[in-house]
Ligand binder design. Structure first.
Ligand SMILES: C[C@H](O)[C@H](O)[C@H]1CNC2=NC(N)=NC(=O)C2=N1
Length: 118
């Protein structure tokens, strides 16, 4: 019953900005699905149950500006990267803590973050 409910849990929610958004539940991906999804996000490396990428900028200010830009997609998805900042380098590590592994949300967020880079 709960599973049935979750299966149809295409939940309509009012987003932060008040617009109607369609939110699909996160699902843990199989190894095969992870391999397929990795093809869509160049530069991201699979490490255990995480995907990671380091972005390099000209200086600290640009690195921080990038971190600020990724707040919007992260909040929209309700999914948040682990972030390490080393002067002009920002390393992002994505995993789905709630599921203990990689989900569709990690790859959705990685794609949206890549689109932030000109
Ligand atoms: C309630 C809230 O939506 C959840 O705790 C979200 C928040 N952001 C998250 N981010 C990530 N990376 N993994 C999660 O499991 C997660 N869960």
């Amino acid at each position: 019953m709960l599973n049935q409910f979750l299966a149809i849990a295409i939940a309509f929610m009012i987003g932060l900005t008040g617009e109607l958004v369609l939110s699909l539940p996160a699902t843990r991906l199989s190894d095969r699905e992870i391999s397929q999804q990795l093809q869509t996000i160049p530069g991201w490396q699979l490490r255990d149950q995480r995907i990671e990428k380091t972005f390099k900028f000209n200086n600290f200010i640009e690195a921080i500006a990038f971190v600020n830009r990724l707040v919007t997609p992260a909040e929209s998805l309700g999914h948040h990267p682990d972030i390490t900042i080393n002067y002009n380098r920002v390393t992002l590590s994505l995993t789905t803590h709630d599921l203990g592994g990689l989900s569709n949300l990690d790859f959705d967020l990685a794609q949206q973050i890549d689109r932030l880079i000109p």
